[in-house]
Design a protein around this ligand. Structure first.
Ligand code: CAA
Length: 384
């Protein structure tokens, strides 16, 4: 067992840290306030190779391991969790699934520009359309239909809570083709946003990650060629579950970054702020809060690394990804709230960042599978 990061990992950490501090920090409060999509930041992520980090260079990716992805996600999330969620969805929910299960034609046509994050110099990212108004945690209850007709499918239905909803060019859409077969009747399709019958709904006005664009998307008689179905007939639900396991490592790392970013800010503040004639770092109550934060954050980081290492070693990482996500997201919620407590009244206003971080942390307990669903996955693994 070796806990040391490689030279390459250290370089990635530095590159991600520089990107976060130089490109994300200055406008992050304003983007949050006005729900402004971080277009410039995501474009620069594409230039850095961070939108297809784990994709093979043959298909336009950076060919890095999942540990590198965890490191980059943590660093960027310390500063701007709206930018990091766009990155996470493109990497884990879109590129991973297309590389693992897509046809050669799909990899050339869609995966390559998605991994590069650009097509004809324009931003080119993807979104994952599983959730529906009546199918969130209960993901098998898909109402969207994909009816097979000659050489194509006709898709009808509505998806919601879609990250990158309006900024994505390509959607991975889940739909029921054979309702009598339950989850085994679900398929997944590559659908281009500008195809006739695809309509992007209004942007959600959210508590946190307000820079990221979350929309509902409707499909009315959308004609999708058969070659855009990913995997065999009925493979869609398995595709969703396998892809989401990797996605959960991404969101766990996002939560880790929110927690460690809040802690770094708390440490800096405790060295400046004085009460009762001394810096607050000299009060044992603050020292104990920081000690607890550091311990829980390190445990979250180790869980993220372990899940990433299992994924890279081709072991089953379903449960370890769920453990990383539930623990990191709960740590993020707790640590950001503790950070506000350390900052006192200053923590409650926008200029000091930690209130935004607490709002951003909340969603990590919900999206890509709630904490409750992670506990289902973990307990099923223990009891099987
Ligand atoms: N790998 C491979 N196959 C898997 C799997 C996995 N990790 N998990 C389940 N499966 C298979 C099962 O083996 C089963 O196959 P068979 O029918 O062949 O036996 C099938 O999938 C159905 O599995 P379950 O019976 O376990 O299904 P379930 O209905 O009990 O649900 C669940 C299990 C874990 C709760 C699942 O529904 C789940 O993960 N729900 C949460 C959904 C979710 O994460 N949504 C997030 C939306 S996406 C999002 O947030 C994106 C965004 O934009 C940020």
């Amino acid at each position: 067992m070796d806990f040391k990061l490689s030279e390459e990992h250290l370089m990635i950490r530095q590159a991600a840290r520089d990107f976060a501090n130089n490109e994300c920090l200055s406008g992050v409060i304003e983007r949050d306030e006005h729900q402004k999509f971080p277009h410039e930041q995501v474009s620069k992520l594409a230039d850095l190779g961070f939108l297809g980090m784990m994709v093979s260079p043959e298909y336009g990716g950076a060919g890095l391991d999942t540990i590198s992805y965890v490191i980059a996600m943590e660093e960027i999330s310390k500063v701007d969790a709206s930018t990091s969620v766009c990155m996470s969805v493109n990497n884990s929910l879109v590129c991973f699934g297309l590389e693992a299960f897509g046809s050669e034609e799909q990899k050339i046509k869609y995966l390559t520009p998605l991994a590069q994050g650009k097509k004809n110099e324009e931003l080119y990212i993807g979104a994952f359309l599983l959730s529906e108004p009546e199918a969130g945690s209960d993901a098998t209850s898909q109402r969207t239909t994909a009816e097979e007709k000659d050489d194509h499918y006709i898709i009808n239905g509505v998806k919601n809570w879609i990250t990158n909803g309006s900024s994505a060019s390509v959607y991975l859409v889940f739909a029921q083709t054979h309702p009598e077969k339950g989850n085994r009747g679900i398929n997944v399709f590559i659908v281009e946003k500008n195809w006739p019958g695809v309509k992007v709904g209004a942007k959600e006005n959210k508590l946190g990650i307000r820079g990221s664009d979350t929309h509902s998307i409707s499909f009315t008689d959308v004609k999708v060629p058969k070659e855009n179905r990913v995997g065999g007939d009925g493979f869609g639900f398995k595709f969703a579950m396998m892809t989401l396991s990797g996605g959960r490592i991404g969101i766990a790392s996002q939560a880790l970054g929110l927690a460690s970013g809040a802690m770094e800010r708390s440490v800096a503040y405790s060295k400046e702020r004085k009460t009762f004639g001394t810096e607050i770092k000299n009060h044992q109550i603050i020292q104990f809060k920081l000690a607890d934060m550091a311990t829980r954050i390190e445990a979250a980081r180790l869980l993220c690394f372990r899940a990433a290492w299992q994924k890279d070693s081709n072991s089953d990482y379903t449960e370890s990804a769920a453990m990383a996500k539930v623990f990191s997201s709960e740590t993020a919620m707790w640590a950001t709230s503790e950070a506000i407590q350390i900052f006192g009244g200053y923590g409650y206003v926008k200029e000091y960042h930690v209130e935004r971080m607490m709002r951003d942390a909340k969603i990590t307990q919900i999206y890509e599978g709630t904490s409750e669903m992670q506990r289902i996955v973990i307990s099923r693994g223990i009891l099987k």
